[in-house]
Design a protein around this ligand. Structure first.
Ligand code: ARG
Length: 572
């Protein structure tokens, strides 16, 4: 619809200049003003004239009727003034062009852009704290982060995905204390991450009665910072165990990272930054710790060094940002974390600005809301967590039971169940506006009806099966296009909005736009499918047209699913 609006805007630009003496508005300005009418019987695109009444000193209905008289080519659209609106109906000819010259001609690259060419975006996402379980709270950063990466790649950016593991902090000291006191090598080896989490939970239970354990943990971490070989060996071993488990989940999601570069990597790279803070007189001592006072900016102080000189989360983030700028020369560095960390990011972004870095406007924090299960908040310390792997396993099992019942002969049942089960969870999550809190109900996610992942995937599989039959019939798909029904036109209109949805999703860092869009496509396609016979259409051109619409819908559904980290099985 972007090209369509641009053409309309150019005609309107001329119409404004001729109908209103002395007035000039550029096509670009006019292009920004279009809207989509809530009810498509009114038109496909609307131009609200009240936005111009001041500039043009004229009543909106008058503007609408004057502009309606302009010369809108028939093969583009028809225009009609309705009160303060100028409504446009797209011509069938134009829709046929969209179908062939845009969607079908561009195929998988339809909806992509190249404005990111020669620019680099670094994305910092997932980044779990090792030693803690990988739970449903990490779903957000993992899938929103990866989706933003895919969206930026779709716009031509070079993207670098970094897993900034939380692998360096007192929590790792706690892990070591717990292992040294109560752990056993064979058991941890056998249980993997679960064994580590058990120890972590035990630590917190024991520390309730014996707070000195916390001092012990700090001391063990301090030893890590001083390269104590025993502790470093334990730490590395724990890290390997955690990574092995994360990778199972990342594989299920189809996610890979360009770098695993966690906080430990920066533990010894802070001196230069600390020196700059000293030189600029930013550091203050507060009860032995070094802080940057941010009261002037209405924020609590940013903690840079602990009393014992150990680094802290913000100082490691500052070093990491400088490292990334030096090594990747990014145009934008995106951090995806829960909204609970918004203050942390605002603080250290400000500190970097005060340090004199002139690229801090390229640092972007993308926050998201909390996840609860059935309304219950999650807390690692008490062991009240829903692990992602368990959630995925449950979803896969349920989908697999449905497939066993409905389509027992399906090939690749295991792979399809995984794609649909995991996809259902991802879709249900991403459908939600990023910043809103979400209460997760697995049954809702797994439904094959309503706004769900399985519904979209199933619709895609439906397009594949129609195309398979068309191929078996040996349809040539050549000849004149003949769009005869509103349902057909509606599918193409929805497809024509894909590029602008991609653009908006990138601008607002909002994967939900794509998830919602996928539902729009699936809904329009299914209405078409139920009301218009496709392969049994009598007229050869009508049949071809409908098969091509099916093909185009399939292309866009597949792209949309891919962009939100979902697989698109051809048969379900
Ligand atoms: N490890 C942190 C956590 O689990 C998230 C890290 C986000 N990235 C960053 N550069 N601070 O809360």
């Amino acid at each position: 619809m972007i090209a369509f609006k641009k053409q309309l805007a150019e005609i309107l630009e001329k119409a404004v200049a001729t109908s209103f003496e002395g007035a000039s508005l550029t096509a670009d300005e006019l292009c920004e003003m279009f809207e989509y009418p809530p009810d498509s019987t009114m038109g496909d695109v609307a131009f609200p004239c009240f936005k111009l009444s001041r500039t043009l000193r004229c009543a909106p209905p008058m503007i609408a009727s004057k502009l309606a008289a302009a010369d809108f080519p028939e093969e583009l659209c028809t225009a009609c003034a309705q009160g303060p609106y100028l409504n446009f109906k797209i011509s069938k000819k134009y829709l046929a062009n969209v179908l062939c010259d845009e969607v079908l001609a561009r195929g998988e690259s339809y909806g992509s852009f190249d404005f990111g060419k020669d620019k680099t975006v670094v994305l910092d996402y997932s980044s779990p704290n090792t030693s803690k379980p990988f739970h449903i709270g990490h779903l957000g950063t993992t899938v929103i982060g990866h989706c933003l990466k895919l969206l930026h790649e779709f716009a031509g950016y070079k993207c670098i995905g970094i897993n900034h593991l939380g692998d360096w902090g007192t929590q790792n000291g706690k892990q070591i204390v717990a292992f040294k006191r109560w752990g056993n090598k064979e058991e941890v080896e056998e249980k993997g991450c679960d064994g580590l989490v058990e120890l972590y939970v035990k630590f917190h239970e024991e520390a309730e009665n014996d707070p000195s354990l916390n001092d012990e943990a700090r001391a063990e971490f301090k030893k890590m910072e001083q390269h104590d070989p025993e502790n470093i060996a334990l730490w590395k071993w724990f890290l390997d165990i955690s990574l092995k488990e994360y990778n199972v989940t990342y594989d299920q999601l189809g996610i890979t990272f360009d770098h695993y570069m966690g906080e430990s990597f920066f533990s010894d790279k802070m001196d230069a930054q600390i020196q700059i803070m000293r030189d600029k007189n930013l550091l203050k001592l507060d009860d032995g710790a070094s802080i940057v006072d941010l009261s002037e900016y209405n924020m609590p102080p940013c903690l840079i060094l602990k009393r014992d000189g150990a680094s802290l989360y913000p100082s490691r983030d500052i070093s990491a940002a400088v490292y990334r700028k030096d090594n990747f020369n990014f145009d934008k560095c995106i951090y995806v974390t829960s909204a609970g960390q918004s203050l942390h990011f605002a603080q250290w972004f400000k500190v970097m600005e005060l340090m004199g870095y002139d690229w801090t406007d390229q640092l972007v924090h993308v926050p998201y809301g909390t996840v609860s299960i059935g309304g219950e908040k999650l807390a690692t310390r008490t062991g009240n967590v829903v692990l992602l792997k368990h959630l995925f396993a449950q979803a896969i099992e349920k989908v697999s039971a449905v497939i066993d019942e409905k389509n027992p002969d399906l090939a690749n049942k295991a792979a399809v169940s995984e794609a649909v089960g995991v996809g259902a969870v991802v879709f249900h999550y991403l459908f939600n506006t990023r910043i809103k809190d979400i209460s997760f109900v697995l049954e809702d996610a797994l439904s094959f009806e309503g706004s769900t992942g399985p519904y979209v995937q199933y619709t895609y599989a439906r397009t594949c099966s129609i195309l398979e039959k068309a191929a078996a019939e040996g349809l040539s798909l050549a000849g004149e296009l003949n769009i005869t029904t509103d349902e057909e036109a509606d599918v193409i209109k929805v497809l024509s909005r894909f590029p602008e949805r991609v653009l908006a999703a990138i601008e607002d860092y909002e994967p939900s736009y794509i998830a919602r869009y996928a539902i729009e496509v699936a809904t329009a396609f299914n209405r078409f499918y139920h009301n218009c016979p496709i392969l049994s259409a009598d007229d050869e051109n009508v049949k071809n047209t409908r098969v091509l619409i099916t093909k185009a819908a399939g292309i866009v559904l597949k792209s949309a699913l891919r962009l939100i980290c979902m697989k698109a099985p051809e048969k379900i």
